[in-house]
Structures are given as C-alpha cells and as structure tokens.
Design a protein around this ligand. Structure first.
Ligand code: NAG
Ligand code: NAG
Ligand code: NAG
Ligand code: NAG
Ligand code: NAG
Ligand code: NAG
Ligand code: NAG
Ligand code: NAG
Ligand code: NAG
Ligand code: NAG
Ligand code: NAG
Length: 598
C-alpha cells in the first residue's frame, strides 16, 4: 500500500507522517530478513572456499538506487525457503558437498525455521547446543555427514520435532535422557553412529513414534520395557548393539509393528510368548543372540511373516508344528541352535519359501519329502544334524535351487533324479553321509556349479568326464568313497579348478601328465589310493600349487627336478615305496625331505 503512493506529490505534513510509517513498517520485515541473510552469509564464510564458490546465489545485491526490491532477502537463495512474511522457514541442501561446520550458524537468528535438511554433505564438528533455539523446528536431518561428539541434550527442547535423523555420523555419547519430551516425534533414526549407554526409558513416552532406528551403535544394558508403550510403532530396529537381558514381553503390545529387528546383541532368556500377538509383523529377527528355551508355538500366529530369523542362539526343543502356518514366509533361518525332533511336514506349505536354513541343530528323523514341493527354493541348508532316511525326491523341481547342503547327517540311498538334473546348482554339499550310487551316472552337467563335495559317502564307479563340462567349477571333492578306475586324463579340463580332492579311494594307474592343464590348481590331494608309476615332470608347470599330497600310494621314488619350480608350495607330502629318505631343493630355497612327516 505504501509503495503505490507517489511521495513527491504529497503535501509535506502527510509526507512526514507517511515517511515515518514506512520506516516503522519496513524494518520489522527487512531487519528480520537482513538478520537471516547476514547469519547465512556468516555461515557461508565459514565454509571452505570450494563450498563457498558453490553458493553464488548467497550474496547481498550491492546497493542499487534504481532497484526498488529489498536487496537483503535470502528468500531466493539456493536451498532457502521463506514464509509469506519473508522469514526463513526451510533450509534444504541435501547432497551438496557442503564442507564446513555448524559452529558459525547463528541458530537464534532464525525464529521461524521449521525444517533443516543437510543430509549427505561433509559437515563435521559438534552439533551445537544452540540448536535448541530453533523452537519451531519440526524436521531435522543431519544424516550422512561427519558430525562427532555427543547429541546435545538441549535437542530435547525442540518439542515440535516430528522427524529427527542423525544417521551415519560419528556421534558418541548416549541418547539424551529427556528424549521423551519430543512428544510429536514420528521418526527417530540414529543408526550407524557410535552411541553407547542405555536406551532412556523416557523414549517409551513418544506415543506418536512410528519409526525407531537405533541399529549399529554400541548401545548396551537392558531394553527398557517402556518401549512396549510405543503403540503407534511400525518399525523397530535395535539390532547390532550390545544389549543384554531379556526381550521385554511388553513388545507384545506393539500391535502395529511390521518389522522387529533385534539381531546381533547379547539378549538372553526365552522368546516371549507375547511376540505371537504382533499380527502385523512381516519381518522378525532375533538371530545372533543368546536366547534360550523353545520357539514359542504362538509364533505360528504371525500370518504376515515373510522373514523369520532365529539363527545363532541357544534355542532348544522341537520346531513347533504351528510354524507351518506361516505360509507367506520367503526366508526361514533357524540354524545354529539346539533344536531337536523332526522337521514338521507342514513346512511343505511354504509355497513362497526361497531360503531355508536349519543347519547345525540336533534335528532328526527324515527330511520331510514335502520339502520337494518348495518350488521357489534357492537355498536349503540342513547340514550338521542327525537326519536319517532319504533325500526328498522332488528337490529342485522348480529349477531355482542354487545352494544345497546336507553334509554331516546319516542319509542313505541315492541322489534323486530331480537333483541330478538340477542345472541351477552353485554350491552342493552331500559329504559325510552314507549315500550310495554310481558316481559316473548320478551326476549331470551343471553350468553354474562352483563347489561340490561328495566326500565320505559310499559312492562307487569311475570318475565321469562330465565334471569337465562344469565351466565354473573351482572345487571338486570326492574323497573317502569307493571310486575306482584311473584318473581320467581330461579331468578338470574346461573348469577353473583350484582344489581337487580324490584322496582315499580305489584309484589305480599312473598320475596323468595332463594334470598340467589344471593351471589354476592350488590344492591337489591324491593320497591314499593305488596310484603307481612316477610323478610326471609336467606337474612342475602347476605354479600356483600350494598343497600337493601324494602320500600312501605306490609311486616310484624319483622326484622330477621340475618340482623345484614350485614357487608357492607350502606342503608336499609323498612317500615312496622304498623308504629311503631323499631331499631336494625348491627354487626358493626350502628343502623338502621325503618321505616327509608321516
Ligand atoms: C580462500 O579464498 C581467500 C580469498 O579469496 C584466500 O585469501 C584464501 O587463501 C583461500 N584459501 C584457500 C585455502 O584456498
Ligand atoms: C542495478 O539495477 C539495474 C536495473 O535493475 C541493473 O540494470 C543494474 O545491473 C543493477 N546494478 C547492479 C550493480 O546490480
Ligand atoms: C573439507 O575441507 C577440508 C579442509 O579444507 C579438507 O581437508 C577436507 O578434505 C574436505 N573434505 C571433503 C570431504 O571434501
Ligand atoms: C540460545 O541457546 C542458548 C543455548 O541453549 C541459550 O543459552 C540462549 O538463551 C538461547 N537464545 C535464545 C535467543 O533463545
Ligand atoms: C566422543 O567423540 C569426541 C570427538 O570425536 C572425542 O573427543 C571423545 O573422546 C569421544 N568420547 C567418548 C566417550 O568416546
Ligand atoms: C556401522 O557403523 C559404522 C560407523 O559407526 C560404519 O563404519 C559401519 O560400516 C556400519 N556397519 C554396517 C554393517 O553398516
Ligand atoms: C556378547 O558377549 C560376549 C561375552 O561377554 C562378547 O564376547 C561378545 O562380543 C558380545 N557380543 C555382542 C554382539 O555384544
Ligand atoms: C548365554 O547364556 C548362557 C545361559 O543360557 C550363559 O551360560 C552364557 O554365559 C551366555 N553367553 C553369553 C556370551 O552371554
Ligand atoms: C551360494 O553360495 C555361494 C558360495 O558360498 C555364495 O557366493 C552365493 O551367494 C550363494 N547363493 C545365494 C543365492 O545366496
Ligand atoms: C596327506 O594324505 C594322506 C592320505 O589321504 C593323509 O592321511 C594325510 O593326513 C595328508 N597329509 C596332510 C598333511 O594333510
Ligand atoms: C607297487 O608298484 C610295484 C612296481 O611299480 C609293483 O610291483 C607292486 O605290485 C605295486 N604294489 C601294489 C600294492 O600295488
């Protein structure tokens, strides 16, 4: 209104009145604005030159008589937003390479500032306690910077905060005790810092909290039962800390919770039955703790679960049949516990299951044939248990199975046809069972296979040339079976074999000189067979070889000079038929004495 009046045409008394009014009115806006602009410029001046040069818009226009706009407003500057009165309400400079500190940021100059987003910059130093001056602040994100020191306890004065993210910094000290005063907080994320101390019980007062992320710190002590009061909580991540004591049974009140991650702590005691009340849960992990007692049958009521991880605890007793009700599971991991009894046949209901880990328990009975129905299975690990009986007939029916390990059980019978045809296999361990069959016929060609261990079973027959048609194979172990015949000259050609273990079989004939083509081989174990003849000089070409064990065969005593070429050999074990000790020198000066240390 003042601007529209042509001052020059007015009578002088009116002029004076108006003149006065203009000055009474303008400064209240202009000076606030000027204050804010100056405060921002002072902050800018504290940045590195590089950062300053990235902020050309942060400048006061030089006095220009013909420019009628106020020259001191920061409202058009990069990253700055103002309200209608021209006062700064938001500073947003995410991922802008800001290099500097907040030490020169004059918090008391921004009475209307509601949002600060400075995430993903290179800001360092402390978070100043004066941040408490921003009494209207609702949103603060200082994540992914290099802030260090403590979270200032004064932050708890910012009672309008709804969003507080300080993740991925180097903050230490503890979570401020009065955090419970931030009663409008909906989203609190402090992960990937170095915070220690306990979770303040007052945190349980944040009744609006929906997201709580405290993982990957050094927080310790008991988890306060008061967290069970956060009845609007959707996601709770307290994993990867050093919490001790029990999982509070009050967690059973968190009815809206969809994710509960408490893995990698030192929690002990039982899994509370009340966890079975969390009907909205889709992901639950208590793995890598010291939890004991049984898996509560009540977990079978969590019908939305897609991920259940309880591995690496001391859980005991049987796997409850009720778990078979969790038909949305894609990932079930119960390894490394002391679970006993048999695997419920109801596990055959998991139509979407991709990952099944039951290894290192005390499970017995047969592996339920129903597991052959799990068409989406990618990984199945049931090794190191006490399973008996046969392998399920239809395993890999869906053609997705990559890693399958059943080692160290008491399984009998032969390899099911479905596994023989399983072209998706990458890692395959059957070792340490009593499986039978002709090894020349029971295995096919696996284009992705990297590792196979068939050792210590009762396989017979000759070594198939098919192994050479597994182009990615790096490790082939068939020790401790009843494999007969000669070592095929072409063995391993077309693969990337680094380890070949054919020890303790009934192999006969000479060591084929073609082994020289296994140029990647590091470990070659042929001991305890009936091989005869000499060591082919060609073996000397295997310059990556570290372990060569030819002991307990019927090899002649001459050792080719070429073995002196081995640059990396750490172990050479060899026993000649005559027991005369011989020694020779490797090119790098170590003497090997044969027969060696048997
Ligand atoms: C930063 O810029 C100022 C003025 O241009 C100059 O005096 C100073 O040497 C510069 N500092 C660095 C570290 O380049
Ligand atoms: C002053 O304002 C005029 C008109 O807006 C503009 O042409 C001129 O460049 C300005 N001068 C300075 C020094 O900003
Ligand atoms: C920030 O600036 C300091 C001092 O100029 C420099 O040592 C440091 O490497 C810079 N940090 C980044 C991430 O650019
Ligand atoms: C700003 O914060 C400091 C430290 O918290 C406090 O001492 C001071 O009174 C505050 N100033 C204003 C204007 O609120
Ligand atoms: C916290 O970090 C600061 C700055 O990095 C350091 O000086 C202080 O010793 C640390 N305090 C603790 C208890 O680790
Ligand atoms: C945990 O946080 C530290 C920083 O405190 C970081 O270096 C590390 O990469 C984080 N670990 C994980 C698994 O994210
Ligand atoms: C758990 O406690 C043991 C023994 O006190 C300790 O060695 C281990 O580092 C702790 N683990 C975690 C994740 O806190
Ligand atoms: C785990 O719990 C058992 C008792 O269940 C206890 O004896 C053991 O010390 C605990 N281990 C750790 C690392 O806390
Ligand atoms: C299978 O095992 C290999 C070797 O241990 C591993 O690299 C790969 O990630 C596993 N595959 C899947 C799908 O986890
Ligand atoms: C070498 O092989 C023999 C026969 O398999 C075995 O008994 C011996 O332990 C092996 N030597 C070493 C050092 O592993
Ligand atoms: C070992 O080899 C020698 C000569 O190569 C042969 O006469 C002898 O029968 C062989 N012994 C066994 C047990 O195969």
């Amino acid at each position: 209104m003042a601007k529209k009046i042509n001052l020059k045409n007015l009578p002088s008394p009116v002029f004076f009145v108006l003149f006065f009014n203009i000055f009474a009115f303008l400064p209240s806006v202009a000076s606030a604005s000027t204050d804010e602009a100056n405060a921002l410029l002072k902050w800018k001046a504290s940045f590195t030159n590089q950062t300053q040069s990235q902020l050309p818009s942060w400048t006061l226009l030089s006095d220009n008589a013909t420019n009628s706009k106020p020259s001191t407003s920061p409202c058009t500057w990069f990253g700055i937003s103002c309200n209608s009165a021209g006062s700064v309400v938001k500073i947003k400079m995410t991922g802008f390479d800001l290099n500097g500190t907040l030490h020169e940021f004059s918090f008391s100059s921004f009475p209307n500032l509601a949002k600060i987003d400075l995430a993903m910059n290179s800001l360092s130093g402390n978070i100043p306690s004066q941040i408490a001056n921003l009494s209207k602040l609702t949103y603060l994100d200082l994540s992914s910077n290099q802030f260090s020191g403590e979270i200032p306890p004064e932050i708890c004065h910012l009672t309008n905060l709804q969003f507080l993210h300080l993740v991925k910094n180097q903050l230490n000290g503890s979570i401020p005790n009065d955090i419970g005063r931030l009663r409008y907080l909906q989203d609190l994320a402090l992960y990937n810092n170095r915070l220690h101390g306990q979770i303040p019980a007052s945190l349980g007062k944040l009744s609006n909290l929906a997201y709580l992320y405290l993982y990957n710190n050094s927080l310790s002590g008991f988890i306060p039962p008061e967290l069970g009061n956060l009845n609007n909580l959707l996601e709770l991540y307290i994993d990867t800390n050093t919490f001790t004591g029990p999982i509070p049974s009050t967690f059973g009140n968190l009815k809206k919770l969809t994710t509960l991650f408490a893995f990698h702590n030192n929690l002990s005691g039982p899994i509370p039955l009340e966890i079975g009340n969390l009907k909205s849960l889709s992901s639950l992990s208590f793995s890598e703790n010291n939890l004991s007692g049984p898996i509560p049958a009540s977990l079978g009521g969590l019908r939305s679960l897609t991920l259940l991880h309880l591995y690496q605890n001391q859980l005991s007793g049987p796997i409850p049949n009720e778990l078979g009700n969790l038909i949305s599971l894609t990932d079930l991991e119960l390894s490394d516990n002391q679970l006993s009894g048999s695997v419920p046949a109801s596990f055959g209901n998991f139509v979407d299951l991709e990952f099944l880990y039951l290894r290192k328990n005390k499970l017995s009975g047969s592996i339920p044939p129903e597991l052959g129905n799990l068409e989406k299975l990618i990984e199945m690990h049931v090794g190191v248990n006490q399973f008996t009986g046969y392998l399920p007939q239809n395993l890999c029916r869906g053609g997705s199975l990559q890693n399958f390990t059943v080692n160290s059980n008491h399984l009998i019978g032969s390899i099911p046809r479905s596994l023989k045809k399983c072209r998706s296999l990458v890692r395959f361990r059957l070792n340490g069972n009593q499986l039978t069959g002709n090894i020349a016929e029971d295995f096919g060609v696996y284009p992705n296979l990297k590792f196979i261990d068939l050792s210590y079973n009762k396989f017979h027959g000759e070594i198939s040339s098919n192994w050479g048609r597994c182009p990615k194979l790096v490790d082939l172990r068939i020790a401790g079976n009843k494999i007969s015949g000669r070592i095929p000259p072409g063995i391993g050609i077309g693969t990337q074999l680094q380890a070949l273990d054919l020890s303790s079989n009934n192999l006969v004939g000479e060591i084929p000189k073609e082994l020289e083509k296994l140029t990647s081989i590091i470990k070659l174990l042929l001991g305890d067979n009936q091989l005869f003849g000499g060591i082919p000089p060609e073996i000397g070409a295997l310059t990556n070889l570290e372990v060569l064990n030819l002991s307990r065969n019927n090899l002649s005593e001459s050792i080719p000079e070429s073995l002196g070429n081995f640059m990396k050999l750490l172990l050479f074990e060899f026993e000649s038929t005559t027991n005369s000790a011989k020694k020779f020198q490797l090119s790098w000066g170590i003497w090997i004495i044969c027969p060696s240390w048997i």
